[in-house]
Design a protein around this ligand. Structure first.
Ligand SMILES: Cc1cc2nc3c(=O)[nH]c(=O)nc-3n(C[C@H](O)[C@H](O)[C@H](O)COP(=O)(O)OP(=O)(O)OC[C@H]3O[C@@H](n4cnc5c(N)ncnc54)[C@H](O)[C@@H]3O)c2cc1C
Length: 472
């Protein structure tokens, strides 16, 4: 299964995928803020070492996630002499948040989450990786302001600062034992508290919530999931699929409550030493050693306030991923980029989009001319052994048609959404073999011709339709 996800979600190579865990000591830290917390102060922190001006273009990349790392590498390919400064806002080496669940499941250690594993990788490419926290951007002056007051000049700037976990307005969210699951520091806290047999409450059963759910089950905790929507993954799947997923998790021993909210979290001295009491809006209370918050994410762009850079849900960019200022680009979870399905602009907070954005933005920053075709909404989950996915406009489009087949007992489901004779969206549950063909048919906008009616009668013919129509 790990290999399946690796291929889908684009670790660049075997060498860059999470590696098997060589046992090592883990560090423990506390964090309760909603934005990625600044790392403990280091000597280099906020004292960015800037190379002396030598006439080369000065590229500054904000953010050491996949968008920032891939952009820096692409900049080097495009511009052999440019000065590339990559500013990472957290401790340690740039890492992949997507690898955190494997760390939680004990499949990898912290080093296994690093995006690039060969020693000296960045140095060898002449990429200057520095730690620091950006607090402001002055587009016309061509500089950024760091925490601590330092200003760092740029000719071209890429903002790839990602997103952070939203903390809903619930009393008690700042108590020890309540953590988001977004940064490696969050993950360290969860590992410390989520011992086998402990009571854990997970707030949110969205895409990221379900990924965390899987990892928590693997840790052997007693898990309750509280989701305010009427089903699991309400923004990824329809009622049939979301409820099948709920039933599957319940069969695996997870207590899943939908249409339910957490109203308050209190400290408690339970008989079992749980430490927390979680109040639900249905009047029930749950003891917990740990509460994990997975209530969605928000783009990190607060530091652009007053800069004049236009923002909406994310930083507004054109099809070249250029912001409203000609020298400033944006990529990844912070960018509201071209949306393949709608033709508009959306934030698609997933790693494949971050990787594509990083590459395309860098090409354009270095003087290339690469329009981005748009990202396709694509979510694939393995939830305690049940694989589900949704693509594109899975909710359907106005005037469109749909076909579906459901086998509740076997936990198998497929739903296809058509606009004219094109497939524009799909949901599948309980099968992995259709993932590629669904994506292919939607992304290539293949006209289905006579296969449209065949699929309306039997959506299980999707692979045959792909073979017959691909390339037409
Ligand atoms: C637990 C978990 C599981 C996930 N699983 C999947 C999955 O299965 N599939 C998938 O597609 N996606 C998954 N994701 C989402 C995926 O990780 C993100 O979409 C991806 O990391 C976005 O990359 P990015 O480079 O845009 O931002 P990020 O990876 O968030 O990187 C942002 C960088 O910016 C830095 N930064 C932020 N603010 C500042 C500042 N003010 N100053 C300096 N630096 C700053 C941060 O420290 C970080 O280095 C998962 C996420 C999590 C948390």
């Amino acid at each position: 299964m790990f290999e399946f996800f690796r291929k889908l979600f684009g670790y660049a190579s075997e060498a860059d995928s999470p590696t098997e865990k060589p046992k090592s000591e883990k560090q423990v830290g506390e964090k309760q803020a909603s934005e990625p917390a600044p790392a403990p102060v280091q000597a280099s922190r906020d004292e960015i070492k800037v190379s002396p001006a030598n006439g080369a273009t000065r590229y500054v990349v904000l953010g050491g996630g996949p968008a920032g790392v891939i952009a820096s590498e692409t900049l080097r390919k495009m511009d052999k002499t440019g000065d590339i400064l990559l500013i990472h806002g957290e401790d340690g080496q740039p890492y992949s948040r997507m690898a955190i669940p494997y760390y939680l499941s004990d499949m990898i250690d912290e080093a296994g989450t690093e995006l690039r594993k060969s020693p000296g990788h960045y140095q060898d490419l002449g990429i200057n990786v520095q730690h620091g926290w950006v607090e402001g951007v002055s587009p016309d002056a061509g500089n950024i302001q760091m925490r601590g007051g330092q200003t760092v000049p740029f000719d071209r700037l890429l903002v790839a600062t990602g997103a952070s976990a939203i903390r809903p307005p619930i009393d008690g969210l700042d108590l020890p034992g309540v953590h988001a699951c977004w940064t490696i520091e969050d993950a360290r806290n969860i590992v410390r508290l989520a011992e086998p047999g402990t009571h854990v409450v997970l707030l949110g059963a969205g895409f990221i919530g379900c990924i965390i759910l899987e990892a928590l089950v693997e840790r052997g905790v007693k898990l309750s999931v509280v989701e305010m929507g009427d089903r699991m993954v309400p923004r990824m799947m329809n009622e049939t699929a979301g409820n099948m997923l709920k039933r599957w998790c319940q069969n695996k021993g997870v207590n899943v409550l939908t249409s339910t909210s957490i109203s308050k979290i209190e400290p408690s001295e339970g008989a079992d030493g749980e430490g927390l009491l979680v109040d639900l809006d249905n009047g029930e209370q749950m003891p917990a050693h740990l509460v994990v918050i997975a209530a969605g994410v928000r783009s990190n762009m607060g530091f652009l306030e007053g800069s004049g850079i236009k923002t909406d849900q994310g930083i507004l960019v054109d099809k070249f991923l250029r912001s409203s200022h000609p020298n400033i680009y944006a990529a990844g979870d912070v960018a509201q980029g071209p949306d393949f399905s709608t033709g508009g602009f959306s934030v698609h907070a997933v790693q494949p989009t971050a990787a594509d954005h990083g590459r395309i933005a860098a090409i354009n920053m270095a003087g290339g001319n690469a329009p981005f075709k748009g990202s396709l909404v694509m979510n694939v989950l393995d939830t305690v052994g049940l694989v589900s996915c949704s693509f594109g406009q899975w909710q359907g489009v106005e005037g469109g048609e749909q076909a579906e087949r459901v086998d509740e007992n076997a936990f198998k489901y497929v739903n296809l959404q058509f606009e004219g004779d094109h497939l524009v969206g799909a949901i599948s549950l309980g099968r992995t073999d259709w993932v590629g063909v669904m994506r292919g048919l939607i992304q290539t906008k293949v006209p289905l011709g006579p296969w449209k009616q065949k699929l309306m009668s039997d959506p299980h013919l999707i692979a045959e339709a792909y073979v017959a129509r691909a390339g037409t």
